[in-house]
Design a protein around this ligand. Structure first.
Ligand code: EPU
Length: 445
């Protein structure tokens, strides 16, 4: 057992080849191998980040099981250490956290800049320590990502908010419950809901969040907080109600499986016409993907032993997909399904309704022989017979996953550069895909 240490140094999985943020490793993929075997889905990245932040609210130790070993989670643990939390990796990789001192309330620009989800320490710091100083996140390569709704929600709970020198300063002697509306032009906000829900746990009185995010990661966060002594109801619906309590204690919590990782593996199986079993996945979190894939000709079924089996027909049908807040089709699986639809027999249409500019993968897929045409927030995908290996560049997490999927089926060799993006959200994806038959390896740039 030991501290997490510096998240910018070697990855704690002790893989000497891993050095996130310092090297520009590539994946070299020889396409055309049919995937066959069993692959396990890890705990959810997007559940883990707010869960770790929520530990700032608690007294005593929390233990998170199945928290994935990723550069993003290590980054969040590094931020927690800076904020006075002791963090260690215990038996079987469980992460133990316990607040030790509450003096520092500042999430610096260097940390927020590298991982936007750092903003979800804002609600817990404000509620527990009475103040928070968090850098305003800057631009992001999936498009404009404001946090106005987070601030609107915390202000409704009584926070005084100032912006000075690029940092947001929040303070409140004691937060008080309120009615908060978190709907924006693109629906609710996931991390905004997390921030307000966490802060409201220690407020005086009742908070009602209307137009709350319904994502499974919010339900997981509420389940953890309730086990710590919070009184949250309605999570998983657009109306969450929170009765404030005086104190939260730590507890043990099993992180939910990563639905985006599961979806990525399902598409990997489909694109290689493989025979793949997927362990530790929640199909009830993936209904929108499964619904669309059924039209394409990909079947996803759970067997009696709880393992998911993916099978697909050789001829893929085109489909129309619009990304939406949960339970609609997730934006985080938009790029991956586009790689699959490149090979459908006909024209598909994907419209992005969460991040209208999240299309950096389009030009890269076209370099591999895809026929994609972007028109505003929509991409028209004219199916082609084959993709062809090429050097391509990853420039955000899910776009990188899409390029890996395309490389798995492309004729010849694909080099995906800057794979530190994919390491943010998939633990050693190349080793896990290689274990089920992919010809993929990490090579220095
Ligand atoms: N929005 C506003 N105002 C706000 C906040 C958001 O207008 O104050 C808009 C955004 O611009 C966007 C929409 O609301 O159009 C949804 O954004 P949201 O706030 O829900 O995104 P997030 O909470 O910052 C999380 C995930 C993202 C995922 C989105 C949408 C984490 C750590 N991140 O981000 O995950 O794409 O929800 O589902 O949970 C990823 O894992 O690759 C990833 C980017």
């Amino acid at each position: 057992m030991g501290g997490i240490g510096n998240a910018f140094g070697p990855h704690p999985n002790n893989d000497a080849s891993f050095n996130w943020g310092k090297t520009l490793d590539q994946f070299q993929i020889n396409g055309g191998k049919r995937l066959k075997g069993t692959i396990r889905v890890n705990g959810s990245k997007n559940a883990s980040l707010p869960l770790l932040a929520a530990s700032l609210l608690t007294e005593g130790e929390s233990v998170f099981r199945d928290l994935p070993d990723l550069s993003d989670t290590n980054h969040m643990m590094y931020l927690l250490e800076k904020l006075g939390v002791s963090v260690s990796r215990g038996a079987e990789g469980a992460i133990r956290v316990q607040v030790e001192d509450e003096l520092n309330c500042h999430a610096e620009y260097e940390l927020v800049r590298k991982m936007r989800a750092s903003v979800c320490v804002m609600g817990p710091l404000l509620a527990k320590r009475g103040k928070a100083q968090v850098s305003l996140p800057g631009g992001c390569n999936i498009g404009y990502r404001p946090i106005g709704l987070h601030l609107q929600g915390l202000e409704a709970l009584g926070a005084d908010i100032d912006l000075v020198g690029g940092d947001i300063y929040l303070k409140a002697k004691k937060l008080r419950g309120a009615e908060v509306f978190l709907g924006g032009p693109f629906g609710s906000t996931v991390l905004g809901t997390a921030n307000v829900m966490m802060a409201a746990c220690l407020a005086d009185g009742t908070t009602v969040i209307e137009c709350a995010a319904c994502e499974p990661e919010i339900v997981d966060l509420a389940d953890y907080l309730n086990r710590c002594g919070a009184q949250i109801t309605g999570h998983g619906t657009p109306r969450i109600s929170i009765e404030g309590v005086d104190q939260l204690r730590g507890c043990e919590h099993q992180v939910i499986p990563d639905r985006i990782e599961a979806g990525t593996f399902i598409i990997a199986a489909a694109i290689t016409n493989g025979d793949v079993k997927i362990e530790n996945s929640r199909l009830d979190h993936l209904m929108a993907l499964i619904d669309r894939l059924r039209i394409v000709g990909v079947n996803v079924e759970r067997s009696a032993d709880g393992i998911v089996q993916v099978s697909s027909s050789r001829r893929l049908e085109p489909v129309t997909i619009t990304t939406q807040p949960y339970p609609g089709y997730p934006t985080d699986l938009q790029a991956q399904v586009m790689a699959l639809l490149c090979l459908a027999d006909g024209n598909s249409v994907i419209t992005e309704k969460i991040f209208p500019d999240r299309f950096v993968h389009v030009a890269e897929l076209n370099r591999m022989g895809a026929k994609l045409r972007k028109e505003g927030p929509t991409v028209i995908i004219e199916g082609v017979k084959n993709l062809v290996g090429a050097p391509v560049m990853a420039s955000d997490l899910r776009a990188s996953a899409a390029l890996v999927l395309a490389g798995l089926i492309a004729k010849g060799t694909t080099h995906v550069s800057r794979v530190y993006h994919i390491d943010r959200g998939y633990d050693r994806i190349e080793q896990r895909l290689a274990a089920i038959g992919a010809d993929i390896r990490r090579v220095p740039s």
